[in-house]
Design a protein around this ligand. Structure first.
Ligand code: TYD
Length: 203
């Protein structure tokens, strides 16, 4: 059993993070762990309100700079109200996306703003995950999966496949930049096989 660990799930849209997060949460709970499963943007009532501003509407609704501020505001609320208290209680926190999403989406794929993302992160968040699982999948397959899912939270999917290709490269670059914390998990196999690989890494 592990306590007080902060594990984040990252990847392009449609990479299967949410399914894998649920599977790991169930596995750790079966083994007696206390697990908080949460997500970004959102994860706390105020942060969920900010989420709606970010994931709905036209792609050009916000500039990359404004997005960085909104995602960081949502993250700060989530950190204060959910993540930090749970870690302080010794619980395991599994989070669907965290600052690597802002680094990849706003800092690399949408614009060249990595330095801005990192400066604001240091100032307002100041916490990295203990382990980051980067689910890696061919963007064409991921886009098809997302289309099949439908829904209204598609603002980022509407940036198109070329955007997802840039994102994938951004995530692989982040994995190289932070080798102690990040593990790339091939995510094109059966969900059970991906879950088994993740369980191995976490163990
Ligand atoms: P999410 O709900 O994880 O979408 P999905 O299930 O499709 O992966 O995240 C919503 C969108 O917000 C997603 O397209 C990624 C984007 N996003 C950013 O651009 N920057 C961020 O910092 C975060 C947390 C998410």
């Amino acid at each position: 059993m592990i306590g007080g660990r902060f594990i984040t799930f990252e990847g392009i849209d449609g990479s299967g993070k949410s399914t894998q997060l649920r599977a790991l949460a169930a596995r750790l709970r079966e083994r007696g762990g206390t697990v908080v499963a949460t997500r970004e943007p959102g994860g706390a009532p105020g942060a969920e309100e900010i989420r709606r501003l970010l994931v709905e509407g036209a792609p050009g609704r916000w500039s990359p700079e404004t997005e960085i501020l909104l995602f960081t505001a949502a993250r700060r609320d989530h950190l204060e109200r959910v993540i930090r208290p749970a870690l302080d209680r010794g619980e395991t926190v599994l989070c669907d996306r965290f600052v690597d999403s802002t680094r990849a989406y706003q800092g690399i794929a949408r614009a060249d703003l990595r330095a801005t993302v990192d400066a604001l992160h240091d100032l307002m968040i100041g916490r990295e995950a203990d382990l980051t699982l980067i689910l890696d999948l061919d963007p064409a397959r991921a886009v098809a999966r997302e289309r099949a899912r439908g829904g209204t939270e598609d603002r980022f999917e509407r940036f198109g496949t070329a955007f997802q290709v840039r994102l994938r490269a951004a995530y692989l670059a982040l994995a190289e930049e932070f080798p102690a914390r990040c593990r790339v998990v091939p995510a094109d196999g059966e969900a059970e096989a991906v879950a088994a690989r993740i369980a191995e890494i976490v163990a």
